[in-house]
Design a protein around this ligand. Structure first.
Ligand code: UN1
Length: 496
């Protein structure tokens, strides 16, 4: 019998007020039922907010280094349970074990970074223009943060949002994707075990249209962070704009790897295989376009096709698997639709292009797929597919490659393979993305660097690294005048 999991609200594990549950199934084998999770409603969110307000009152007064100590213990527990969590994550999400281990590791890195930030969280002391007066800033917590996370990094992304929010002294309400609720459950168990006061964290499972919406619209949740589609981000942005909320958005991508004629082709080949088909193409940073210089186009494409045809599809928990399933039926339908669009628009299907039969029909698998002769501006080249489909675009020059790379509405990551230092630096300058890699694929951001994109990918904020701490805290400017008299800024120092 599959278990009914619960929300964590008000310091306890509770059933949803709606009484409804949804199923969580293994995408590699849909007969494998992992559990049922709460299909919560707005009332559950309202309870969570009331509790988080109490948690916030306590936590905001806990010294930041002590908050950091809790997160260090969280990191230690993640280290201890890395293997078990990776296994559970592959079971509910599908990507191969090496990747789910990496996903937990990203959480560990984020925890240890946050732990040390507890002893920094710097403000500044600056000279005042007036005598006997100090001027300084410090960082204050904001309140209850509503965090809405996607399926593709079931541990890493919740930790990117939760840990900095907590370190800054906020209380958190986490609404994980309904495709990966179990990993979020394991994370919250660890936070509690590490000594986080219970009302500082709330876990509310459910759908975006119900729980996510209720969180975004709740007047006592002043901070929202969302990773997901650009369309949903736009709706959230409207609400947050109207309600004066602080909002961080991480949305779509249409990332390209450029291979110049002077590139190390072996390296570029490994890079695109990993970038395009790792996580079955379901990363915001996935390589979905390959921009090839005409001089190496045919050679490279031939070798790439051979390599892609030898990738092994299967259950992510088997050692022999390179590429796992897609997350669910709708994701596979979307990939199928784009393959039809590609063919209808005249691109050439080089390999893949269908779902495998036989044993793999038990899951949401799709063959790694390459289209060549893809035209810049066509739908295949412009729209995010979030699956194992790579579009190859042929270009004549570096300038052409830059134009194609920048000619989409998104701007998350980009990559260029070249042996020329000046081409590499020109690429860093001209590629319109939040992240650019030289001689490395479009995926693989490290937890201590700012993560995010330009144009329709984001709204100017960054996750990860040091910048995210600015997002989760409010800067207060403080002036202390010990002159014993009224000193007028802009006037007294400058009076003749
Ligand atoms: C995402 O796809 O949403 O850079 C996150 C990477 C990972 C994170 C991806 N470290 O590919």
């Amino acid at each position: 019998m599959a278990k009914n999991f619960r929300n964590f609200i008000g310091g306890e594990w509770v059933a949803p007020t709606t009484g409804g549950y949804f199923e969580n199934r293994n995408p590699a084998d849909t007969a494998d039922l992992i559990g049922r999770f709460p299909d919560s409603g707005a009332q559950d969110v309202a309870r969570a907010v009331r509790s988080a307000r109490r948690g916030f009152d306590l936590w905001r007064r806990t010294p930041a280094p002590a908050r950091g100590d809790v997160l260090r213990r969280v990191g230690d527990l993640l280290v201890e349970r890395k293997e078990a969590i990776a296994d559970a994550m592959t079971r509910e999400m599908g990507k191969v074990l090496a990747e789910t281990r990496g996903d937990v590791q990203e959480g560990i890195d984020t925890a240890y970074f946050a732990a040390t930030e507890g002893r920094r969280l710097y403000g500044r002391v600056v000279p005042s223009e007036l005598r006997s007066k100090w001027a300084m800033t410090y960082r204050r917590p904001i309140g209850v943060a509503g965090l809405i996370t996607p399926f593709n990094f079931p541990m890493a992304i919740p930790t990117w949002k939760t840990f900095p929010a907590l370190l800054c002294g906020n209380a958190v309400i986490l609404k994980p994707s309904e495709d990966v609720p179990h990993t979020a459950h394991l994370l919250v168990e660890i936070l509690l075990e590490a000594g986080l006061p219970p009302e500082v964290i709330q876990l509310v499972h459910g759908r975006g249209e119900t729980v996510g919406k209720a969180l975004v619209e709740h007047p006592e949740v002043p901070v929202i962070s969302f990773t997901g589609s650009t369309d949903t981000g736009a709706i959230i942005g409207e609400t947050c704009g109207r309600m004066h909320k602080r909002l961080s958005l991480e949305m779509g991508g249409k990332n390209a790897q450029i291979v110049m004629d002077d590139a190390d082709l072996d390296l570029a080949l490994e890079g695109v295989l990993w970038g395009a088909f790792g996580t079955t193409g379901q990363r915001c940073t996935a390589t979905s376009r390959l921009i090839l210089h005409r001089k190496i186009h045919d050679r490279f494409l031939r070798r790439l096709t051979g390599a892609v045809e030898s990738l092994r599809l299967g259950d992510g928990r088997a050692d022999t698997t390179d590429v796992g399933p897609l997350i669910h039926e709708a994701a596979r339908d979307k990939v199928e639709r784009y393959v039809e669009i590609g063919e209808a628009q005249g691109a050439e299907l080089v390999t893949g292009g269908r779902a495998p039969r036989g044993r793999l029909a038990a899951g949401w698998f799709y063959q790694p797929t390459i289209f060549s002769g893809v035209k810049a501006g066509s739908r295949l080249e412009q729209e995010e597919i979030f699956g194992p489909v790579l579009s190859v675009v042929r270009v004549n020059s570096f300038d052409d490659a830059v134009r194609v790379n920048n000619g989409v509405r998104y701007g998350l990551s980009s990559s260029i393979y070249t042996r020329s230092a000046d081409v590499a630096f020109r690429a860093l300058e001209r590629l319109d993305n939040g992240i650019t890699y030289v001689n490395a694929p479009t995926i693989g951001a490290e937890a201590h660097l700012p993560f995010g994109g330009v144009k329709a990918t984001g709204n100017g904020h960054r996750e990860g690294g040091w910048e995210v701490y600015d997002f989760y805290s409010e800067t207060k400017a403080c002036y202390v005048d010990y002159s014993g008299k009224l000193q007028r800024a802009q006037i007294d120092t400058y009076e003749l």
